[in-house]
Ligand binder design. Structure first.
Ligand SMILES: [Zn+2]
Ligand SMILES: [Zn+2]
Length: 74
């Protein structure tokens, strides 16, 4: 789940302008409340600029723990 509580893990982005992190799924982030997302613009809540979606951060590629076999000793 993302840092702010929704079940996705790959929707956290950093603001292109100020670096504030937010989740595109639940629209929450390193600020109070939720950011404004319209059809064609995302507006950073910190710097108030549009088109603020920067690089994806805190993305954890699927953890395929194939190493998960426990020692089968009785
Ligand atoms: Zn989220
Ligand atoms: Zn910003």
């Amino acid at each position: 789940m993302c840092r702010w509580g929704c079940p996705t893990t790959d929707t956290t982005h950093a603001c292109k302008w100020c670096g504030t992190r937010f989740c595109l799924e639940c629209h929450r982030g390193d600020f109070n409340g939720e950011m404004k997302v319209t059809k064609d613009a995302t507006i950073c809540r910190k710097c108030k600029q549009t088109g603020c979606v920067g690089p994806r951060v805190e993305y954890f590629p699927s953890k395929n723990n194939t190493n998960n076999k426990k020692p089968s000793k009785k």
